[in-house]
Design a binder for this molecule. Structure first.
Ligand SMILES: Cc1cc2nc3c(=O)[nH]c(=O)nc-3n(C[C@H](O)[C@H](O)[C@H](O)COP(=O)(O)OP(=O)(O)OC[C@H]3O[C@@H](n4cnc5c(N)ncnc54)[C@H](O)[C@@H]3O)c2cc1C
Length: 476
């Protein structure tokens, strides 16, 4: 099926070097684990020509944390020399000057991209790490003790045999997922409705939004947004900002459970008149209200305004909030009608992981067990397949996968989703993964690789064999 291919063998493959994959690399340098991680060969594979930020910079939204949270990912004595050039970076200073405000994600991505280039250069040069850019992972085969990662690059197929695979290729929003979750509540969209993912909408500029919605607005067609998280409120804001003067009068927001707002303390929530459950909504470790599941910063402002006055931000566009589970009388019925009448429904109901085809040695497809908000995995991101088998050596924690709440770090009892975000990728989430990968590599039977210091400093591995190259013929 793959024709002729080159084969490489290594200890670990970092598949996908967006914020999640890069967070692990930053963290391995910070905690001194990079030599051990790279000792048996470490290959980074990413489809993009310039890995580091994935899609983060494409979203036209404000971050859900302050700038200092992103700076904290770069702040470490072990990285001081690596990041010295950032002192001359406009993106770094833009975020630093407003460290206590939430920056635009485009600015965050610019900073992370510059920092990622420095880190990638450094690990290639000092640890013999191989970086394959413009290389698309097409298939993963799980054998007893190793994974075979199939990669397409410049028209050629390559296979990497590895013992540990960190797989974070980003997320997707499957429309069927929305339809299924609506069906669970006895709701449905009309067959002629267009379902638009929040992921696509949040990457559109004003002109693109006006183009997309022009016909609907001309017919005074209805628009509904399904979901109650950060993305849903970002969608409301982007729609209202772009379309108010193109004729948008009202949007309906259909959400299953109550809209949750984040407060630093219970006192602050009480002072703001926000009703919460003192047992279920307060994190026992930090005392914060809705620490994991609450709207923050810009989304919080939009959410508060919507709940208090039924308006989107400072625009005149109205928003009708309908809670479908245990909501006020009539909400479920109104939601049913809104969905039936809507010309466009925007899906803001979370992500599923973007995965290549996965199969076992017999060719039987592997499907991962999903839970609310991501993949059912253990504390170090090892997933279960749908038969309940743990896939040791495979680790996911990025968009669409996430990790469960770590009780030592705390969360509110009412939060039952998965945790993911740039800071976690650079700290707790990747820490657990690094430890698990190193433990696994230490049991490795494959020969250890000479660190192979690359003095040339070439960041990108040019197509060609490495480690133990074998020109092999594909199995039929
Ligand atoms: C709208 C939105 C706003 C968000 N805002 C914040 C925020 O403010 N703060 C925060 O901390 N988090 C935020 N997040 C969550 C999360 O931090 C980001 O989504 C982050 O970009 C996820 O990183 P990732 O590496 O998992 O995925 P991605 O950013 O999608 O990166 C995936 C990487 O995998 C590569 N790839 C994809 N397919 C292949 C393939 N087949 N082969 C090889 N490589 C491949 C891509 O080139 C890319 O480099 C937000 C998420 C969304 C959706």
């Amino acid at each position: 099926m793959h024709g002729e291919y080159l084969e490489s063998v290594c200890g670990c493959v970092i598949a996908g070097a967006g914020p999640a994959g890069m967070g692990l690399l930053f963290n391995a340098l910070k905690c001194g684990s990079m030599p051990e991680l790279a000792r048996r060969g470490l290959v980074i594979v990413d489809a993009s020509p310039r890995p580091g930020t994935g899609r983060l910079g494409d979203y036209r939204v404000t971050a859900n944390s302050v700038g200092d949270v992103f700076l904290d990912c770069l702040r470490d004595p072990a990285l001081r020399n690596v990041f010295e050039p950032l002192e001359r970076s406009p993106a770094y200073w833009r975020i630093r000057r407003q460290a206590q405000n939430a920056p635009q994600l485009a600015d965050v991505a610019e900073l992370l991209s510059e920092a990622s280039i420095l880190v990638l250069d450094f690990v290639v040069k000092h640890y013999g790490v191989k970086l394959w850019t413009r290389a698309t992972i097409t298939e993963i085969v799980k054998l007893d003790d190793e994974y075979h990662v199939w990669v397409e690059s410049e028209g050629r197929s390559r296979r990497i045999r590895c013992r540990a695979l960190v797989l974070n290729l980003g997320g997707r929003q499957d429309p069927q997922h929305l339809l299924d979750s609506l069906a669970d509540q006895g709701l449905a969209v009309s067959p002629c409705t267009k379902v638009l993912s929040a992921d696509a909408l949040l990457r559109m500029n004003g002109v693109q939004l006006r183009d997309y919605f022009a016909a609907t607005l001309a017919r005074e067609g209805r628009v509904s947004v399904v979901g109650g998280s950060h993305s849903a409120f970002s969608v409301l804001e982007n729609l209202a900002d772009a379309l108010e003067f193109a004729g948008l009068r009202e949007v309906t927001l259909i959400h299953r459970s109550p809209i949750r707002l984040f407060y630093e303390t219970a006192q602050a929530a009480v002072a703001a008149g926000y009703a919460f459950d003192p047992l279920k909504d307060i994190c026992p470790v930090s005392g914060r209200v809705n620490r994991s599941g609450g709207l923050r910063y810009r989304a919080l402002d939009i959410g508060r305004e919507a709940m208090a006055n039924g308006r989107i931000g400072k625009t005149a566009v109205r928003v009708q909030l309908l809670q479908t589970r245990q909501g006020p009388e009539g909400h479920l019925q109104s939601a049913r009608q809104a969905l039936a009448e809507s010309e466009v429904v925007v899906q803001c109901t979370g992500y599923q992981p973007l995965l290549p085809a996965m199969k076992d040695s017999q060719g039987v497809p592997i499907r991962l067990m999903e839970v609310k908000g991501g993949v059912d995995s253990d504390a170090c991101g090892c997933p279960l397949d749908v038969n309940g088998q743990r896939l040791y050596g495979l680790h996911l924690f990025g968009l669409g996968a996430g990790l469960g709440v770590d009780p030592r770090l705390g969360s509110e009892a009412s939060f039952d989703g998965r945790i993911y975000g740039v800071w976690q990728f650079h700290h707790d989430a990747s820490r657990a993964v690094i430890d698990a990968v190193i433990r696994r590599l230490q049991q490795m039977s494959l020969p250890s690789v000479n660190p192979n210091h690359n003095q040339s400093g070439n960041r990108e591995e040019q197509p060609g064999p490495f480690l133990w190259p074998v020109l092999a013929n594909a199995q039929p």
